[in-house]
Design a protein around this ligand. Sequence first.
Ligand SMILES: *[C@@H]1O[C@H](CO)[C@@H](O)[C@H](O)[C@H]1NC(C)=O
Ligand SMILES: *[C@@H]1O[C@H](CO)[C@@H](O)[C@H](O)[C@H]1NC(C)=O
Ligand SMILES: *[C@@H]1O[C@H](CO)[C@@H](O)[C@H](O)[C@H]1NC(C)=O
Ligand SMILES: *[C@@H]1O[C@H](CO)[C@@H](O)[C@H](O)[C@H]1NC(C)=O
Ligand SMILES: *[C@@H]1O[C@H](CO)[C@@H](O)[C@H](O)[C@H]1NC(C)=O
Ligand SMILES: *[C@@H]1O[C@H](CO)[C@@H](O)[C@H](O)[C@H]1NC(C)=O
Ligand SMILES: *[C@@H]1O[C@H](CO)[C@@H](O)[C@H](O)[C@H]1NC(C)=O
Length: 331
Amino acid sequence: MDFCNLRLPLLILAALGCCSASCPLLNTETKGVIGKNVTFKTTITSTQDFLTVTWNFNKNSVIAPIITSVLVSNTNNIDKKYTSRIIYNKTTCELQLGPLVKEDEGEYNLNIVTNKGESLSGQIDLEVLEPITDVKISSNLPEPVEFNSTVVLSCSAKGSFTYKWLNDSVLLVVDGTHIKLNAAGNELTIAEVRRTDLRGPIICIAENALESGKSPPFNLTVSYGPEKVIMTQTPTDSFLKKGSNLTLACSAQSDPPAQLQWMFNGGEAMPQKTTANITLTSIEEKHSGNYSCVPYNAKTNRYVSSQVAVVSVMGTWPKFQTQNFTNFCLG
Ligand SMILES: *[C@@H]1O[C@H](CO)[C@@H](O)[C@H](O)[C@H]1NC(C)=O
Ligand SMILES: *[C@@H]1O[C@H](CO)[C@@H](O)[C@H](O)[C@H]1NC(C)=O
Ligand SMILES: *[C@@H]1O[C@H](CO)[C@@H](O)[C@H](O)[C@H]1NC(C)=O
Ligand SMILES: *[C@@H]1O[C@H](CO)[C@@H](O)[C@H](O)[C@H]1NC(C)=O
Ligand SMILES: *[C@@H]1O[C@H](CO)[C@@H](O)[C@H](O)[C@H]1NC(C)=O
Ligand SMILES: *[C@@H]1O[C@H](CO)[C@@H](O)[C@H](O)[C@H]1NC(C)=O
Ligand SMILES: *[C@@H]1O[C@H](CO)[C@@H](O)[C@H](O)[C@H]1NC(C)=O
């Protein structure tokens, strides 16, 4: 069956937006990528009524022949510029072209002359896209601080594409306040960044109708804290005997880990006391007072004080007076 000679289907095709009533091409435009092949699809299923089939390239009204197929003699004349770049399908008249270069962009014409002297012709516009390469994410800040910093992630790539963002492999959700995306889609702004915002990994995808490119996974540490400061005292008693040992331990949630400073009676920093645990051995009355720890995060520039341990050291007494312990305390 020669599809092209049937009037009714062609009229339907015309109504569907085909280029003309006798158009043998499936589409009026198509896209290809540099370095890849493109195939110009036809609606032809048989060439038995054809005399000649010609494909031309029309660039700025300069018409260059690609291939002329003469069916009676079963010969294909291929222009030497195209000999290694096309594959022609004798059944469908489809033309595969590639690997594509930017200069292939333009209009391609298919002209067919039938043995009834009719001619069929169609045009298809080829757009040649740049391949997508070098997709990557960069941040405006190398060391963001939780709640203080506004982080702007920029995605860049080479080629022809639009952008898409993934957070831990799901489509990133933009709320328009905390997380915003610019109109071009390549800039993600995270205001008052939170510690979990940039753990991602965050991936930028640059894509077009034909291909896509992914950035390497991106993540960034957001400094936070100190917070949840806990101090413990061992033994837990507020009143301690002279000569006993007192251990204080301090912990805080912080990234990077907090530096610790131990404070005695509010204002005085205890010299050399910067470890998470401190032990005062063989304590005396002068050790009575208020102990607290102050974790400090140099990246966030924040410090928080723990609760205060109030410690009273009681003087020694001869062993036989141990029974007076209670009285002593109350006195
Ligand atoms: C692209 O076309 C060339 C020549 O026309 C052919 O050698 C190559 O295998 C094709 N590549 C693909 C991926 O079809
Ligand atoms: C021509 O196209 C038809 C339909 O797509 C396909 O079945 C056939 O294998 C193709 N012939 C060649 C030589 O590529
Ligand atoms: C990524 O996902 C995590 C977990 O759901 C979320 O806490 C974080 O805010 C997200 N980050 C961005 C930039 O959307
Ligand atoms: C980023 O992710 C990798 C792999 O999960 C992890 O090893 C690395 O510590 C992360 N870096 C940051 C800055 O979070
Ligand atoms: C206090 O600590 C020192 C040194 O660790 C130890 O020798 C001593 O026995 C401890 N004293 C008490 C009362 O536990
Ligand atoms: C220790 O703390 C208590 C209450 O928490 C306070 O009344 C007292 O004055 C403090 N002592 C010193 C020496 O700072
Ligand atoms: C973060 O903000 C707090 C409160 O505004 C401020 O005290 C601190 O210095 C800031 N940290 C940095 C690193 O700018």
